[in-house]
Design a binder for this molecule. Sequence first.
Ligand SMILES: NC(=O)c1ccc[n+]([C@@H]2O[C@H](COP(=O)([O-])OP(=O)(O)OC[C@H]3O[C@@H](n4cnc5c(N)ncnc54)[C@H](O)[C@@H]3O)[C@@H](O)[C@H]2O)c1
Length: 303
Amino acid sequence: MNPPQTPSLGGPNVARLRVGVLGAGTMGVGIAVTVARSGHAVVLRDISSNALAQGQDSVRRFLNRSVELGKLEADRRDAALAGLEGTLELEALADCDIVIEAILEDTELKAKTFGQLDSICREDALFHTNTSTLSVTAIAAGSSRPERVVGTHYCNPAPMMPLVEVARGQRTGEDAYERTLRFIETLDKRVVTTADVPGFLVNRYLVPFENDCIRALETNLGTVESIDAAVTKGLRYPMGPFTLLDIVGLDIHKAVSMSLFERMRDPRCAPPPLVDRMIAAGQLGRKTGEGFYTYADSKLKGT
Ligand SMILES: NC(=O)c1ccc[n+]([C@@H]2O[C@H](COP(=O)([O-])OP(=O)(O)OC[C@H]3O[C@@H](n4cnc5c(N)ncnc54)[C@H](O)[C@@H]3O)[C@@H](O)[C@H]2O)c1
């Protein structure tokens, strides 16, 4: 079988869409920023009023900061903020052209949510899942319209990272797939198409590599600093594995590792014992002020 091809996409063709984003956590906020600053209207939905308020605030602060840094024009920020709505109600997604879910990494929850959206959204609405490791096909099975479900995996932090992996599920239709590629083109992202396999391309290779580096540290093959330096200076990766793990968070890394391990049975995906010890000690990374490195400002969540 030929591997999936990466399509070459033409220039942007921005028709303003109404895009629902489910989950106002790390990824939901990043995706909301990405979509809103590209000229689309965004309806951000969470089940927690606190998470929603914090998420909307994070979107506003990110866009304001982008203007301060000269990376975004003020009128685009104003348009993005004017088009941003927050809601606790799933029904508010009724008129969306696309709904992107970035809720907890749980197949049943994601599938059930798409099933609920079936009776709320228009028949032609696309459902995108931002799962890191789960099966797009299994998530799509919760919907009576699996042909409209597509895997779109944004990298963290979504506004900064240029890549989106796009994976079709077993029943994804051609029309939904093509519309998805055109939509992501409007976000000024590089699409890499891949298959519906655990971890797609990025996490399939990144997670075992990160666990190898943690094991190297556990067995005293190097220090945090020397392994990071080997990877950045020797391989020219933009950041070392421990710097990256502190950004992602050790709790998230463990969940992603476990999910990959459960699906692939590859021992390199199993999180090493040091990960459990660090989680038990509250050393989750930047968000707790301490991980492999220590941070003066623990509010630097995911930056
Ligand atoms: N964090 C990463 O680096 C990363 C990268 C790529 C993909 N992902 C994937 O993105 C998804 C979200 O991850 P995250 O790190 O943003 O999680 P998070 O815990 O930061 O945020 C999840 C949010 O979803 C909300 N939520 C839970 N159930 C909901 C529901 N039914 N409807 C609406 N909101 C709901 C929670 O209240 C929370 O605010 C996961 O599937 C994860 O695997 C994460």
